[in-house]
Design a protein around this ligand. Structure first.
Ligand SMILES: Cc1ncc(COP(=O)(O)O)c(C=O)c1O
Length: 459
């Protein structure tokens, strides 16, 4: 059960290190008024984050404006890959605003031209066209439409899209149906009957099957056929490089079998890089780990490290198909300037390589932690600067959502801000620019908090 974070200021111990500072009760009493107002005016769906007021954020730190400073392990939610408020991004935003162009629909602009040119320069050469949007969900919706439209060109019934159980592709009606989380989908009622889900090949599922990963793919796709799906009608597959809640990657052999099957059956593959893209996994894009060539790539979040912008890119003959695919704020000039600056920083500061190198240290630290608490830390998954630590109730396989909620709350009181997955995992996604000693310090805080919680519970 998830914990409700109330707004009573908690007493804290004074902490001051190079990376964090806690000098008042948390949340600070003066910030509570703001949080209360938000709770008054907004729906509950906006209020389950840790009650830290974000007054400013710089690089890997968040400040509440009352003297407290937190190490950020979230990048808000995988957005600020190059660090919060990078001076080059701020400058680009200011420049755009100063010249008096803050929106221009999809009329031509220098800002959009410069950005899309750069975007296509840094992405694989076989992907040669893009469409800009504002949110990640719009890009997965767009890829859904494009995969179907292409399928229909081959055969009127080739409209089926395959996705994966447990996946996440957004919260709009289409993207939510593509996603593989049944909870919260009841409201849709008229589900698209031509979206199918394959089981995600977790290590546990693979072990239980007794098959090799490539055999598992072929078996599961055949199961869909045995249940009545005409495989000739599959138009596309959509997948994330890793499943967000648990940083779970696919086995290579599974991807090899899937891409081979897709090629043989004229099935397009969309990679949803909205979360994984722009260095998060230690490569520029997550799909590079698999040596595959997707037909369509969805991008968002860290594309700008700041303002809302998203994009799909793909092969021209596939995505240059529907003249209606544009939107009011897609390619906003200020967001394009910020995104161009962000891409340049990502490359100039070698942040992808930094993500890879720091990731190795992070993984080592987390595996050490797991070895100290094997009864409750059941698994660690990590690549680059995304990682997940799985907590279970002792002696069971049941995820301990409550323990993780307590742990991240306690860590907040000691100056560490965490992603709240509500899935029994601690998920780590700091800005790629975080100094390694700050990252290790934050993990030490988690360790300290776990010991304290276990002592309090007398376990
Ligand atoms: C993999 C993935 N796809 C799509 C989305 C949806 O993006 P947005 O919230 O910008 O619509 C997210 C957001 O968390 C995501 O992680």
């Amino acid at each position: 059960m998830k914990i409700h974070y109330d707004l009573v200021p908690q007493q804290t111990k004074y902490i001051e290190t190079k990376h964090r500072k806690i000098c008042t009760p948390i949340p600070h009493p003066t910030t509570i008024e703001v949080i209360k107002d938000l709770r008054l005016y907004e729906t509950g769906s906006m209020h389950d984050q840790l009650p830290i007021l974000w007054d400013s954020a710089k690089d890997y730190q968040i400040f509440d404006g009352c003297g407290n400073c937190f190490i950020d392990l979230t990048s808000t939610i995988f957005v600020a890959n190059i660090g919060h408020s990078h001076p080059k991004v701020i400058e680009a935003i200011e420049q755009s605003c100063k010249k008096n162009l803050v929106n221009n629909y999809y009329y031509p602009s220098y800002e959009r031209r410069d950005f899309v040119k750069k975007l296509l320069e840094i992405t694989p050469p076989h992907l040669d066209k893009c469409i800009l949007y504002t949110t990640g969900s719009e890009t997965t919706e767009a890829s859904f439409k494009i995969m179907r439209q292409n399928g229909k060109k081959i055969n009127d019934e080739k409209i089926v899209i395959i996705s994966f159980d447990g996946s996440f592709h957004g919260k709009t009606t289409g993207s939510q149906q593509l996603g593989g989380k049944p909870a919260g989908k009841e409201w849709i009622v008229n589900h698209d009957k031509d979206i199918y889900h394959l089981p995600f090949p977790t290590k546990w599922y693979l072990e239980d099957s007794g098959l090799k990963a490539d055999e598992l793919f072929l078996r599961d796709i055949k199961k869909l056929q045995d249940n009545g799906l005409n495989l000739a009608n599959v138009a596309g597959i959509i997948m994330e490089p890793y499943q967000g809640w648990g940083a779970l990657f696919y086995p290579q052999e599974y991807i090899d079998a899937m891409t081979k099957w897709a090629k043989e059956n004229q099935v397009l593959i969309t990679i949803d890089e909205v979360q994984a893209g722009f260095g998060r996994t230690g490569k520029l894009f997550g799909f590079e780990h698999y040596g595959m060539q997707p037909d369509i790539v969805c991008m968002g979040k860290a594309i700008s490290s700041s303002l809302p912008l998203s994009a799909i890119i793909g092969r021209a003959e596939i995505i240059n198909i529907d003249p209606s695919m544009n939107s009011t704020h897609g390619g906003n000039p200020v967001a394009c300037s910020a995104s161009l600056a962000s891409l340049n920083v990502l490359i100039d500061e070698d942040l992808v390589e930094q993500s890879f190198q720091k990731g190795k240290i992070l993984e080592k630290e987390l595996l050490k932690w797991q070895s100290e608490f094997p009864d409750i830390i059941s698994y660690v998954s990590s690549k680059g600067l995304v990682a997940a630590v799985f907590f279970v109730k002792k002696g069971t396989e049941e995820f301990d959502i409550e323990l993780v909620d307590e742990l991240i709350y306690k860590a907040m009181l000691k100056g560490v801000n965490s992603v709240r997955t509500l899935s029994g995992t601690i998920k780590i996604g700091s800005p790629l620019s975080i100094p390694i000693d700050a990252l290790v310090e934050a993990i030490e805080v988690y360790k300290e908090c776990l010991v304290e919680i276990l002592e309090e519970k007398n376990v």
